[in-house]
Design a protein around this ligand. Structure first.
Ligand SMILES: [Zn+2]
Length: 263
């Protein structure tokens, strides 16, 4: 089982080595900005690396919104990131499920997701698996609770689309982790990546505040159970830099009985 961390994008392979990780996730542009990713000088090195790479799309992307001034640039930015992720041989591009504004019809948000995939198909396709991630907060989210996720998948499930399950977001979003993988797979048919994070916020708090696996409000054994059931690669998006994330990865390897790549 592949286990890694979300790391700084300057030298992701060095960050992987520092954590004995065989998987890394990083941003290709400012996560809070609208700038398209630039071609990377280390693209060839990244493409041929033993380390599996995942790209996280910027947080500003919201393809579901009814606001044209957000939705249209979001589509373009997502496609730009898909192309850049393809150029470095990434295994997937993770993007948050997004939301509509208060008072707006969530059904339109799901249809906007469908249009996003149609737009990408017209532009030659994403080129890399797009993994939609569940989110923690908001009353109008497309992928916070499973009832919404089911409606989202009704809209886009015919396209090639994957799912990234974040344990912090699920718990803080109000979904019980016990048996969650089966309930998700009944909707999506797949889980492509697990974001293994503990939560500083309480159950159903709606707070997106990650904690190290041994801290927080989630029983760490429940996170391990989710990973076992999902059978997917794992990325920790936990605090504490090299030290904190190495400890989290070590904890998971020990619990799951998987060896370190350096061992
Ligand atoms: Zn996440």
């Amino acid at each position: 089982m592949r286990i890694g961390a979300h790391v700084d994008s300057t030298d992701p392979l060095a960050e992987a080595a520092a954590r004995s990780a065989d998987t890394v996730q990083f941003f290709l542009a400012d996560p809070q900005g609208w700038k398209a990713p630039k071609p990377r000088e280390d693209a060839e090195q990244l493409r041929t690396a033993e380390v599996d790479l995942y790209v996280h799309a910027p947080y500003v992307i919201n393809v579901a919104t009814l606001n044209n001034r957000i939705r249209i640039p979001s589509r373009k930015l997502l496609l730009g990131h898909a192309n850049a992720a393809t150029a470095i041989g990434a295994k997937g591009l993770i993007v948050h499920g997004g939301h509509v504004s208060a008072g707006d019809d969530l059904a339109v948000g799901f249809d906007n997701w469908r249009k996003t995939f149609a737009y990408a198909a017209d532009s030659g396709g994403f080129g890399v698996p797009v993994l939609i991630e569940n989110t923690a907060g908001g009353d109008n989210a497309c992928a916070r609770r499973l009832d919404a996720l089911a409606r989202l998948w009704d809209a886009i499930g015919d396209y090639e689309v994957g799912f990234c399950l974040d344990t912090c977001h699920a718990y803080a979003g109000g979904e019980d982790l016990l048996g969650l993988v089966d309930r998700v797979k009944a909707i999506t048919g797949r889980i492509d990546l697990v974001h293994a994070n503990n939560s500083k916020g309480a159950f159903n708090s709606g707070q997106d505040r990650h904690d190290n696996l041994g801290g927080g409000t989630i029983d760490p054994e429940l996170v391990v159970a989710v990973i076992r059931a999902a059978g997917a690669p794992v990325v920790v998006e936990t605090p504490g830099g090299v030290e904190g994330q190495t400890a989290d990865i070590g904890f998971l390897r020990q619990q799951l009985g998987t060896a370190s790549p350096a061992a």
